[in-house]
Ligand binder design. Sequence first.
Ligand code: ADP
Ligand code: ZN
Length: 731
Amino acid sequence: MAPPCDVPAGGAPPAVLAVAVPSPLRTLFDYLPPRDGPVPAPGARVRVPFARGEKVGVVFEHRDQAGVPAAKLRHIAAVLDPAPLLDASLLSLVRFAADYFHHPPGEVVATMLPPWLRQGREAPRPSEREWVLTDAGQEALRCGAALGPLQRRAVDALARGPVAAPAGDLTAALRRLAARGLAALRERASRAAQPVPGPALNPEQSAVVAAVTERLGGYAAFLLDGVTGSGKTEVYLALISTVTAAGRQALVLIPEIGLTPQIVARFRERLGVPVAALHSGMAEGERAAAWLAARSGEAPVVVGTRSAVFTPLARPGLVVVDEEHDLSFKQQDGLRYSARDLAVLRARQAGVPVVLGSASPSLESLHNARAGRYRTLLLPRRAGSGRIPEVRVVDLRARPVEGGLSGPVREALGRCLGAGEQAILFVNRRGYAPVLLCHVCGAPVDCPRCDAHLVLHRAENRLRCHHCDRVQAVPETCACGERGALVAVGTGTQRVVEHLKARFPDARVERVDRDSTRRRGAMERLIRRVHAGAVDVLVGTQMLAKGHDFPRVTLVAILDADGGLFSADFRASERMAQLLTQVSGRAGRGERPGSVLIQTHHPQHPLLRTLVRGGYDAFGAAALAERETAGLPPFAHQALLRAEAPARERVHAFLAAALDAAPRVRGVSMLGPVPAPLERRAGRVRAQVLVEARDRAPLHRCLSRWLPRIEALPAARRVRWSLDVDPQEML
Ligand code: ADP
Ligand code: ZN
């Protein structure tokens, strides 16, 4: 039969629309077109009846036929976007992510959209006006005028640059600042500011820039393996300038380090073009506006944390992932995606180069580079005047340690302070002491809801659980009946600070951990003070490891390197090596040479020896060889089926039933159920089954067949379960 030729261009209305609606079901949902008005195109948000309520979903595709009986179909209730919000490339990203992570497509869409748009709200109109600091405001900032917490936050935000109006939850504080003459509202300045020039690139940087520039306009993946301070950011900036000058957009992913505003400010200043920032610290409306500016092409540069990988781009030109090894690129709940891996996929889809940068690349990326999938670009020395610091191991065995510091570290700190330089002491634990135990019976005080010790926080005189956030008073009596015999064992950041205050009373010591930086703007204020030379010693956790460029820091001491050496998690040594490399990288970035001291009870440990003698490259080579021998990722692929419930029997009954229901697929093996490393957390017992295969295809074939069977298990309704593809942490 000849095709009907009287159908007007654009075709007849589709019989049904497949809509991605947030729901635990791994499927699209069919709806009839709206009763009146135009048929929404794929990518448009719609409001649909769902169960007994309504939900916001996104039209995925038009279909000729429904998968369910016509009588059961309902109409789309309302169309929220006249034009598609998600373009074809984002829809195909949804499809990929739903398949690859075996996740419901509606949940993938929900993860992808900024909360504002996910809730079905109207796209916010880009603002015409913005708040700025007046001269009086600048003065108040400089001399640290007394301000309430909200106004303080508003001033900190303005210190980073103009804030678009309306400014969400900051609006009231901004009005009050304006009433005091410290802030003002003005017409939005033209965003084409003069870019501030950066340093001239050195020959290595130029070679890297040339290698990537040559490939603009097509897909190519690069691993930029550059030591800390080698000027990777300058390389990104040069590439982005070229890309934006050609009218294309750059997407830059950065780790979550509480420094996003500073990094965005640096990009704005240097590039002189609008930079859309996307991170969780922003007001929802602001975030949605930035997302839309990227989508329309109005923002030539997008800089954001993990979820920014889902930002639509009108004219993509380049993708950059900075600190590609960073664990924050992996989402640990819901859609457990890797933003780094999706960034590579997006670059390939868009036909643009992707640059993955790090001083301590993930073993996955090193492996991809060896396999020829990525091209490695090296920056082996520091840019500018800085030199790579000298690293020395301090053997803690049989050496007295006070407040976490051994003699050699105390002496080095004394010399550093004497020379008027700054030091960083790295401690991997916040609080005062990680354990409080009874001096008579030896029992530690544990969290009643987790398999973990409570951590003593002296500053507030409370015990805290770092796994479930439980807080309780410090007991006077041990469970054994002994009074006043509880002693604090081990060293947290607070204890180190206390010791330094007694030992170096003149030194200005600051603590940097999740507790001390909880208040908004606290981290930024601290960074300003470090740069201004108002701080001598920083005592902190891994928050100090990333991204900071403090030129006056000449000494870095890692007070306890033993934690990562004997973990059950096969990735622990990689994380440890990355952490040590990054923390060490904070020393000697300016004129004066730096040194790094690593305290350990295991100076002969092969990981430490390799790292200290050969640097991260040597470690990477050795670790890859080990993984290959052991048949572990990246030489194999894994997925983890996790389950948790208050009762252990339920968890094990579920996992046992799931194992029974598992399809037999050649080349795929299953291990478990085994308890999670922290078996009980927040009163729930946790266990898991590890699925492993040498090749990805059989693994995914197995998971696709397995999941519907798991969903159908009665035991599945009595636990909380999830699937993690390419898990990064066993937890
Ligand atoms: P990375 O991102 O590799 O840690 P950055 O790009 O932050 O390094 O650069 C580290 C420091 O070196 C910064 O202070 C930067 O301004 C400086 N720098 C980078 N490239 C050059 C260069 N070609 N000449 C002089 N200084 C440079
Ligand atoms: Zn707990």
